[in-house]
Write a protein that binds this ligand. Structure first.
Ligand code: HEM
Length: 394
């Protein structure tokens, strides 16, 4: 039978270690900083941490100058270029594109057809992210980006030690990934060149290129990062949101009537199913937290998932309850987008995209959630392993 709430065994284990040993848990090469106080500490003391070494495993896709692996002044400068296109007012202008992509996807379902809602919305989200940020021309090649980026995503989904081994041995998986990367890069560099000559204009592309403060490599890295970081996480969240709308009695119907309630459904989904189960940092210097010494160079992980499922933070934590959002939690208690200077730059875009696409779904006849076992997978973009099977209304 389809469960009410899906549990992620690996992450639940972390929560039980937190209860037993407190906020600092050492396991293998990693030290976990768990719970709300640990989150507050990480977000408030960014000078103690770096992300460059923490997210090295993303470099084969995102590149060495990606925002995700940037610290200090470089990070500030790059983020200044990226941020305007992801600001509130700008996001509002992307809504028609998001809506059109959701409509095209849902309206292609035949009555009574079984579809994988995860894959369906994943394609729509990829296309609409590329369109919103980089213009219609690149969006037409959304499937091209999807196919090549998937090879790269599959590579970095592996254990970083395995990736290093594959690279050292120049194994086929590594060579295929590098071929995919060259194909993506060739297309991206062409778009950069065309924008420089004023031929095309996607909002982000134009502000990245025109500022003249970023090198071509820096522009390439931010573009690929925004595409890859943008759709992988958001499509995981979308699958969990559709699951919640269909699984719990009365939720679909209330969300149809009330936009504020739909907003609460999105928040409650990001609470129970934060796609970034953990996020990483490396200690730049030795420090002490909760009476424990952390050495320089320690690889640290904090966990939105663990915090979001603690009863002392969210009473009756496993209950899906959009009404709990009448009171707002603090930033170190609800952190699907991380926090501090590295807080997700696409948080507003992702929330809007989820809300708009769900609204389009809610305007159509209600699909049926088919009985299935849901197994979460992925630590950076938690998603249902075998997708989410629904039957379109007949
Ligand atoms: C539901 C969807 C999303 C989730 C759950 C999510 C989550 C996160 C998290 C947890 C971080 C790391 C924060 C930290 O460790 O402090 C992050 C960073 C980032 N995200 Fe997202 N994200 C989502 C959607 C997006 C979208 C749509 C974009 C872009 C279009 C995006 C681009 C980025 C970038 C560039 C960073 C690095 C920011 C920095 O280091 O300054 N994300 N995201």
């Amino acid at each position: 039978m389809t469960p009410d709430v899906v549990r992620y065994r690996q992450a639940d284990l972390l929560a039980s270690l937190y209860r037993r040993f407190g906020p600092v848990v050492r396991m293998g090469p990693y030290t976990y900083l768990l719970g709300p106080e640990a989150n507050r500490f990480v977000f408030a003391n960014s000078e103690l941490f770096e992300v460059e070494r923490a997210f090295q495993s993303l470099v084969p896709v995102d590149g060495p100058t990606s925002l995700i692996v940037s610290d200090g002044e470089d990070h500030k400068r790059r983020r200044r270029f990226v941020q305007p296109a992801l600001a509130h007012r700008q996001i509002a202008s992307y809504v028609p594109v998001m809506r059109a992509n959701a409509e095209a996807t849902i309206d292609a379902w035949r009555p009574g057809e079984t579809v994988d809602a995860y894959q369906e919305f994943r394609r729509a989200i990829r296309r609409s992210t590329i369109h919103a940020l980089f213009g219609e021309e690149l969006a037409q090649e959304s499937d091209f980006f999807g196919a090549h980026l998937q090879v790269l995503i599959n590579l970095i989904d592996r254990n970083p030690a395995v990736v290093t081994l594959l690279r050292t041995m120049r194994a086929p998986a590594w060579r295929n990934a590098m071929r995919a990367r060259r194909a993506v890069d060739a297309r991206v560099y062409r778009a950069i060149e065309e924008t420089r000559q004023g031929k095309t204009a996607g909002d982000v592309l134009t502000s990245l290129v025109e500022g003249d403060g970023l090198s071509a490599l820096e522009v390439r890295d931010q573009i690929v990062t925004l595409i890859a970081a943008g759709y992988e996480t958001t499509s995981g969240a979308m699958a969990w949101a559709v699951f919640n709308l269909l699984r719990h009695n009365g939720v679909w119907e209330r969300a149809q009537q009330d936009d504020d309630y739909l907003g609460n459904v999105v928040n409650e989904t990001l609470r129970l199913y934060p796609p970034a189960v953990v996020s990483a940092r490396v200690a730049t210097q030795a420090f002490e937290f909760a009476g424990k010494k952390i050495g320089q160079g320690t690889f640290l992980l904090y966990s939105p998932y663990v915090t979001h499922r603690l009863a002392e933070v969210f009473p009756d934590p496993l209950r899906f309850d959009p009404d709990r959002w009448e009171t707002k939690p603090a930033p170190h208690e609800f952190l699907p987008f991380g926090g501090g200077p590295h807080r997700c730059v696409g948080a507003g875009l992702a929330t809007t995209e989820l809300t708009v696409m769900l609204k389009v779904l809610l305007e159509r006849p209600k699909p049926e959630l088919l009985p299935q076992r849901l197994t979460p997978t992925g630590l950076a973009a938690m998603r249902p392993k075998r997708g989410l099977r629904i039957r379109a209304a007949g």
